[in-house]
Ligand binder design. Structure first.
Ligand code: AMP
Length: 190
């Protein structure tokens, strides 16, 4: 299996690149943000529980994530691997993910971060708010999400550097340029 984490701040283009990578390499794309948005749309128990958390730009509690991930992964028998998008976001989640991979008899293969500076991110997310009307794309919430990224998620870079699984690419440029840079790294590692 080839298991890949598309890492980066909100608005760095993780979603777009993850879909392209999953398609090119025949991997299963798992976006926890997409899962939550679908649960909210369908007004499920989980959706109702997480709706206000997500609208404030806070993180959904770690305890909920592991079961969601496990059932998302089990929907695909014998996959060639996964592209994780928006997960892990905390150290606890990174450890849980290692554990889940072990349960599957596999391991994380590679983590690639998209590097985008804060001003660019805020501009992109405000534009997305206009286009898609996401409730967590207002300026205050965007700043909160960025702060949470810096405080809780960015430190995971160290976790993956220590495991020798980390690389970064410039996340500013055309979608295809960025995609090609990511593919070069994957092809070296595969
Ligand atoms: P995203 O589409 O990845 O930006 O996720 C949207 C929102 O869903 C985040 O701002 C969080 O509130 C929630 N969320 C998504 N993934 C996670 C995660 N791994 N841990 C905690 N909360 C998450």
């Amino acid at each position: 299996m080839f298991n890949f984490i598309m890492f980066g701040p909100p608005g760095s283009g993780k979603g777009t690149q993850s879909i392209k990578i999953a398609e090119k390499y025949g991997l299963v794309h798992i976006s926890t943000g997409d899962i939550f948005r679908s649960e909210i749309r369908n007004k499920t128990v989980l959706g109702l529980k997480v709706q206000s958390i997500i609208e404030k730009g806070e993180l959904v509690p770690d305890e909920l994530l592991v079961d969601i991930l496990r059932s998302a992964m089990h929907r695909y028998p014998n996959p060639d691997g996964f592209v994780f998008d928006g997960f892990p976001r905390t150290l606890r989640q990174a450890n849980d993910l290692d554990q889940l991979m072990q349960e599957e008899g596999s391991a994380m293969s590679l983590v690639v971060a998209l590097e985008v500076h804060d001003q660019e991110i805020i501009g992109r997310l405000l534009k997305r708010a206009e286009l898609e009307g996401r409730k967590d794309d207002t300026e205050d919430v965007i700043r909160n999400r960025l702060d949470i990224y810096l405080g809780q998620t960015k430190p995971l870079i160290e976790f993956y550097i220590e495991q020798d699984k980390f690389a970064a690419v410039d996340g500013v440029g055309s979608v295809d340029e960025i995609f090609n840079s990511i593919c070069e790294i994957i092809d070296q590692k595969k």
